[in-house]
Ligand binder design. Structure first.
Ligand code: NAP
Length: 298
């Protein structure tokens, strides 16, 4: 079985190369293999590798630059997945795509279910929603995981930024009125692998939109404090202590793109469909920090 993974240099894509390896011949596509903003390139790559399964973590993920680069964001996040879905439908193949909590308005304080009405406030969110809608229209058998606050031991992400700043500074202010569940890329990749196995075993309920994030919730400030707390416990040499991370409201950290105040995602449906229990975000952070130590050899 050929499994094509786009964006395999990205956070989730890189982890997918490992988690999917036992299931078949995994082909990872990086930017060097072709520019996915060109529909003809996308179609040529699909025809060349003729994959049984297409997994698409490639995306335009720069939330603030998207506000001024909407054409590119929509090309990558809407038209590219639309081409994938058209191909997988025409060839009777399976497509797995990744989306975001940014498609929701992000109001309220409770976890949002898959039935929550969408209403993205940012260009990034609008482009991702356009991608989800195009996939559902072109290939209803495709599976779309909506996730949140992705981080990992490699790539550009909040955890690595906090570790760097905590080794350089003695004080930091972080937004404390946006809530969600930090979700490591390795977890998304492992659950994708479980879902693919389940689908191949005949689980036809695995299609449409499913939420995939850690359990529990925190703010960005709470996440930053826990990163520093756990990293110090694991022996990282940091100048900053967790109580030197000070909370600020979103209004004191202006950014071009609006962020949802509520990024909480209900994960009961995916747990039921796959028979899994997703880990609490603090436990997942501990595993990710251990992974980082392993990679750095500390
Ligand atoms: N990061 C988050 O916090 C977050 C939250 C919720 C949902 N998601 C979604 O989860 C998925 C995976 O996110 P991630 O954090 O793993 O993203 P990422 O690390 O930014 O990876 C995206 C990948 O897409 C590739 N790519 C972008 N434009 C391309 C182009 N024109 N041609 C070829 N490749 C291109 C990038 O290549 P280069 O490295 O060469 O640029 C990169 O390898 C995405 O669908 C994202 O929208 C992410």
């Amino acid at each position: 079985m050929n499994i094509l993974v786009t964006g395999s240099d990205g956070q989730v894509g890189h982890e997918l190369l490992k988690s999917l390896a036992p299931l078949g011949n995994v082909i990872g596509l990086t930017r060097a293999d072709g520019d996915l903003s060109d529909v003809l390139v996308v179609e040529a790559l699909l025809d060349k590798y003729d994959p049984h399964v297409v997994i698409n973590p490639a995306a335009y993920t720069a939330v603030d630059p998207a506000e001024s680069e909407s054409e590119l964001a929509f090309t990558l996040n809407a038209r590219m997945p639309e081409s994938l879905a058209r191909w997988t439908r025409a060839h009777d193949r399976f497509l797995v795509h990744f989306s975001t909590d940014y498609v929701y308005p992000g109001h309220g304080v409770s976890p949002q279910t898959e039935d929550e009405p969408t209403s993205p406030a940012s260009v990034y969110g609008q482009s991702k929603l356009a991608g989800d809608e195009a996939i559902l229209r072109e290939d209803p058998s495709a599976l779309i995981f909506r996730t949140s606050w992705v981080y990992g031991a490699r790539g550009r992400n909040f955890m690595l930024t906090m570790l760097r700043l905590a080794a350089e500074k003695s004080k930091l202010t972080v937004v404390s009125d946006q809530f969600g569940a930090p979700t490591p890329a390795w977890l998304i990749a492992q659950v994708t692998s479980i879902a693919l196995q389940s689908r191949l075993a005949g689980n036809t309920e695995l299609n449409g939109v499913l939420h995939l994030s850690c359990r529990g919730e925190t703010s960005w400030c709470g996440f930053a404090r826990e990163i520093i707390h756990q990293a110090r416990q694991k022996g990282h040499r940091l100048t900053m202590k967790d109580d030197q991370v000070l909370p600020i409201p979103t209004s004191e950290y202006p950014a071009p793109a609006p962020r949802p105040a509520n990024s909480r995602l209900a994960v009961d449906r995916i747990e039921l469909l796959l028979g899994i229990t997703l880990p609490d975000w603090k436990r997942a952070l501990s595993i990710t920090l251990a992974d980082l130590q392993g990679r750095r050899g500390t």
